[in-house]
Design a protein around this ligand. Structure first.
Ligand SMILES: *Cc1c(COP(=O)(O)O)cnc(C)c1O
Length: 300
């Protein structure tokens, strides 16, 4: 496969930058912008495009194997890429017990896109970056020689892919805010922004080592720290894929106000955090805050 094949998918890049009117921000003299990465491609959505595209090019036609939980947006994007580009894909899924159950809608979509699913136990899954465990998993999955994309898709190529997101936002905002899973998107975004621009990360997982992970990813991708960024760890709502009635109501309300479909695992938490922060006076009057809409809801 060549990068030309990816271009044939006609990604919408640079992604649109929109300025909705939201009185919760306007009241504090803060401009809100939405960086619509959710519009890059209908199936290879948002940061998944930015992270996968350089890896798919590097795979150059080899089967791609990657890792994820039962609701992973990354697995779905990889499976969709496989179908669109005619590339075999293997998904290593956390949870041996899932092998004996009907597939949930997310995994069913992966399978329908031609991804071969290989289920592993949680302790094996946890040790998947250990070279011996990885080799054993690839052997068991009949995927030796495949191109390996790590869980969440965050490796040095992916981080460098996300640098373009920052470059597209140069000079456009004082603060750029993004929801974080592995932190790979933030690592690249912060590196691509211009001087004086700061990046705010909102982790959706509870109590991790995300700041360390981001520093490690930047070291791998760029040889050292890049950009000015910080994390606000208060908005995980109990952890990955957890939600509350309040968060759901917030997301529905945001959709009604702005006609943007709000992805619930990440984007809802980011937008909620920004409304809370603007209420707290975290952004100076006259500041422009850009929220990266990194994805869209799973269609059915
Ligand atoms: C995967 C995903 C993220 C997390 O990206 P990381 O690079 O792992 O931090 C954020 N938003 C959406 C919508 C995603 O699907």
């Amino acid at each position: 496969m060549t990068s030309t094949d990816l271009a044939a998918l006609r990604p919408r890049l640079p992604s649109p930058l929109e300025e909705p009117v939201d009185e919760r921000f306007a009241r504090h003299g803060v401009r809100l912008l939405l960086k619509r990465d959710d519009l890059i491609h209908p199936e290879l959505i948002g940061n998944k495009w930015r992270k996968l595209a350089p890896n798919l090019a590097a795979a150059s036609g080899r089967p791609v194997v990657t890792f994820g939980g039962a609701y992973s947006n990354h697995l779905r994007a990889t499976a969709a890429a496989g179908r669109l580009l005619g590339l075999p894909t293997v998904g290593v899924v956390r949870g041996q017990e899932l092998a004996d159950r009907p597939l949930n809608p997310s995994l069913a979509r992966c399978a329908a896109d031609g991804m071969r699913l290989h289920f592993v136990g949680r302790s094996t899954y946890r040790r998947k970056t250990d070279p011996e465990t990885l080799a054993a998993v690839l052997r068991a999955a009949d995927a030796e020689g495949a191109y390996v994309v790590p869980e969440g898709g965050s490796n040095a190529l992916a981080v460098r892919g996300c640098q373009a997101l920052g470059e597209e936002l140069r000079g456009q905002a004082d603060v750029v805010a993004v929801a974080c899973g592995t932190g790979g998107t933030l690592a690249g975004l912060a590196a691509g922004l211009g001087p004086g621009q700061r990046t705010l990360g909102v982790p959706v997982l509870k109590g991790g080592f995300l700041a360390d992970d981001i520093r490690r990813l930047q070291a791998e991708a760029f040889g050292g720290p890049r950009g000015e960024w910080w994390l606000d760890e208060r908005f995980h709502f109990g952890g990955y894929a957890r939600t509350t009635p309040e968060l759901d109501a917030f997301a529905e309300d945001f959709e009604g106000r702005h006609g943007v479909r709000v992805e619930r695992l990440y984007v809802a938490k980011l937008l909620y955090a920004l409304v809370a922060l603007v209420e707290e006076g975290a952004f100076a009057e006259g500041a422009t805050v850009a929220a990266v809409i990194t994805g869209a809801p799973f269609p059915g």
